[in-house]
Structures are given as C-alpha cells and as structure tokens.
Design a binder for this molecule. Structure first.
Ligand code: NZQ
Ligand code: ZN
Length: 391
C-alpha cells in the first residue's frame, strides 16, 4: 500500500426529511448570506427548493437564488454565479441538486475568492481556497457530495475538465434517499452506472497488496448489483434508494481509493462524449467501460479475472484466465444493458465520423500531452481504437 493522507471533513446528514435541517447546518458552518444554486427545475417542481428556502428563513439567513444549471454544467453560468456572489456579499454556497449543480456551486465558490479566471483551476491549478459549500443531493451518481472534485465544460472549445482541492469538499451534505424517487428510470440507471465506474476505476490499480480497499470496492459493487435492478423495478423502494445513495458517496469520497494507484481512463474517454453530445455521464460510461476494459485487459488479466470471480460470481479458469476476465466484462455490459443503458455509439447518439475530433480533444485539447494515463498509458492510436470498439 502507498502512503496517503485522507481528509474528508464533510458532515453527512442522512435520511427522510433531512432537507429541513439545511438552514441550521448553514448556520452551524458559519454562513450568513447564502447563494442557493439549483438546476433546470426538478427541485422547483418537487417543492424541495421551497422547503430549503423555508429552513433558511427559519434561521433568519438571507439568500439569493441562481437556477438553470444544466447537466454537464457550463462555464457561462459559473461566471454569472461568481459575479452574483461578489455583488451580494455571499459567504456560503448551497447546492440543491445533482452532481452538475454541486460541481457548478464548487466552481463558483472557488472562483469567488480568486482574482484570476476560475478556468485556471480546470487547467491544473489546485484549488486552495473557496467559499464554504453545502449540498442537498437529489440524485445518487457523481459522488460530488463527498468529493474534492468539480467537472465543468467550457463552452469555448467544449472542453470538459475537472478541478480538485480539499477547499471545495462540502462542509455538509444532506442525503435524503426519498428525494431521488422522482428521478426518471434512465437517470437512476445512469447514476448507478457512474457509481459502479467510480468503483471500477479504483479497482483497476497497479499497486499490489491493497486487500482492504479491494474488499471495500467489491462490497459496494455487490451492493449495486443487488440494489440496481430492485430500484429500477420498484422506484419507490426507499431502502434500495438509501443503499444506493450511501454507496454512491462511499464510492467517490476516496475511502476506497487511498493507498493505491487509480485508473480514470474510462472517465476521461467518456468526458469527451458528454462534452460533445451532451449525453448523461453515466450513459456514456456504460458504453465506454466495457470497451476500455477489453482493450486494456492484457495489462493485468488476473485483476480482471479476480473482479469476474469476486464480483460477478464467475468460475476461475486457471488455464485461460483471460476467458474468465472477459466473462466478467461481458457480465458488466449485460448488467448495464438490463438497467436500460446504451450499448454503443448509435444508442448514445454519438457518431463514428467524430472519432478524430474526440481523440484530438481527449489527448491534445487544452494543453494535454498527446496521451492519457491511468491503469495503462493510452496514446492517440489507442484511444481511436477504443472509440471504434464502441461503434
Ligand atoms: O436540472 P434538473 O431539473 O434538476 O434535472 C436533473 C438533470 O436533468 C435531473 N434530476 C436530478 N435530481 C432529480 C432529477 N430529476 C428528477 N428528480 C430528481 N430528484 O437529473 C438530470 C441529471 O442531473 P445531474 O446533476 O447532471 O446528474 P449527475 O449527478 O449524474 O451529475 C453529472 C455531472 O457530474 C460530473 C459529470 O461529469 C457530470 O457533469 N461528475 C462529477 C464528479 C465529481 N464532482 O466528483 C465525478 C463524476 O465522475 C462526474 O464526472
Ligand atoms: Zn463519474
């Protein structure tokens, strides 16, 4: 196991009706003037936004509102939010929504205290200070409620890039599984896929002897395999939603990733798809993961075979471990398809003729060196091959 520092100071408040505690939590974490940031309308329609406002009013905390965050959030609204925070003297950003809203809130929080262009953080500059952020989560997926990361798309060039820093880890996150019951099945399934990708991208490691994190990841993946189909069959199943929501947080606050190298090639390859086609990130991952895993499998067949046996219940073929490894990848693909996720470019809305453009953005865009690296290093030719496998 490698050396690590793990810092995860978010206060998680989990369960039914917990959004009524938003005002008290903002107060506890020092907020005196709040920006409530939300998305395209689901939080308005469900009455959640009104309940959050009521809880701030009960604590006599003034607030201003900025809605309209779209999935795969854009830089334009971030600039608007930064201006608004400065003009209104905001000292706390409260995100009410999914990963897109939370990521936009984190970008605003970092940008509000920075004199340069906030995009510097998405070009590699670490985030060292930010306004405090709190979240009321409405979809189990991105894990942004517990992560130090934010992913934003810059309209100019349509680059989708990530930024990181402990300063943008939420001070608190309210997780009420019942809020996710209004999700359309496709979004629920995309969220499940993203959670599984966060686990797989950590499972694919070059670090030896990391049994504790291997076993945590396996437990969470087994939970997703059990609960995913249950929640698609029965969307109002609170307990299934609760297990998925907490698994989603644990999958990405890095408690499963410490002390080991991680992959993230699938995420990088996917991000170009959701940047160009505006597809759901999880749906893009459903198409990306099986292709990437099949392409890189030979790098460490036994790791994929181990996943196949421990996660998917395959029988180990000691004479031909690559058969077992492939079987595990096929089981993952079939599982995601059964949830309702796309299998290929056509079902995702992507186009084969765009592959050169995707590869260029992925490997060269925004100052990249001509390759991406994770579990294995992938150059432009590798990435083109992988995109072709998805057609
Ligand atoms: O905008 P509204 O109207 O709220 O609709 C949203 C949106 O259309 C809807 N929705 C959310 N909660 C709902 C709901 N509809 C009905 N009922 C509810 N309770 O769902 C749609 C998707 O929302 P979004 O926030 O985009 O989903 P998600 O949480 O999957 O976030 C995706 C974004 O997170 C990034 C992705 O790249 C993508 O941009 N990621 C962020 C990470 C991080 N910060 O750590 C890590 C991830 O790997 C990921 O890259
Ligand atoms: Zn993800």
């Amino acid at each position: 196991m490698e050396n690590f520092t793990f810092y995860s100071p978010t206060c998680f408040v989990f369960g039914k009706d917990t959004e009524s505690r938003a005002g008290a939590l903002v107060k506890r974490f020092g907020g005196a003037k709040v920006l409530i940031h939300y998305g395209g309308g689901s939080a308005v329609r469900s009455g959640l936004l009104a309940r959050v406002q009521t809880s701030l009013e009960a604590e006599k905390i003034p607030f201003c509102l900025l809605g309209g965050v779209q999935p795969n959030p854009r830089s334009g609204l971030v600039y608007e939010g930064i201006e608004l925070c400065r003009k209104e003297g905001v000292d706390f950003v409260l995100a009410v929504g999914g990963g897109s809203v939370i990521d936009s809130a984190k970008a605003i929080a970092a940008g509000a205290l920075y004199s340069g262009d906030f995009w510097d953080f998405y070009s590699g500059k670490p985030i060292e200070q930010a306004l405090p952020v709190g979240t009321v989560l409405t979809i189990a997926a991105a894990g942004s409620e517990g992560s130090p990361d934010s992913v934003i798309t810059r309209e100019e060039g349509m680059f989708k890039r990530g930024a990181s820093g402990d300063a943008i880890r939420p001070r608190f996150s309210i997780l009420n599984p019942a809020l996710t019951q209004t999700l359309p099945p496709y979004q629920t399934a995309a969220g499940i896929t993203d959670i599984m990708a966060h686990l797989y991208e950590r499972y694919l490691t070059n670090t030896k002897e990391v049994e504790v994190t291997d076993r945590l990841i396996e437990a969470l993946l087994l939970t997703m395999i059990h609960e995913g189909p249950r929640v698609i069959r029965d969307p109002d199943n609170y307990d299934a939603r609760a297990n998925i929501m907490w698994a989603g947080m644990m999958a990405h606050n890095n408690s499963c990733g410490v002390g080991r190298s991680q992959d993230w090639n699938s995420h990088n390859i996917e991000h170009e798809l959701s940047a160009l086609y505006d597809c759901a990130h999880g749906a893009g991952l459903a198409v990306t993961m099986p292709a990437v895993f099949t392409y890189v499998m030979k790098h460490d067949v036994m790791r994929f075979a181990q996943a196949a046996v421990r996660i998917w219940g395959c029988q180990m073929d000691f004479a031909h471990p690559e058969t077992t490894a492939l079987e595990g990848i096929e089981k993952l693909r079939a599982f995601l398809t059964a949830l309702g996720m796309p299998r290929n470019f056509a079902e995702l809305g992507a186009k084969e003729e765009d592959i050169p453009r995707l590869v260029e953005a992925l490997c060269r865009g925004d100052g990249r060196p001509g390759y991406i690296s994770g579990f294995v290093r992938l150059d432009e030719k590798d990435c083109a091959e992988i995109y072709k496998m998805m057609v």
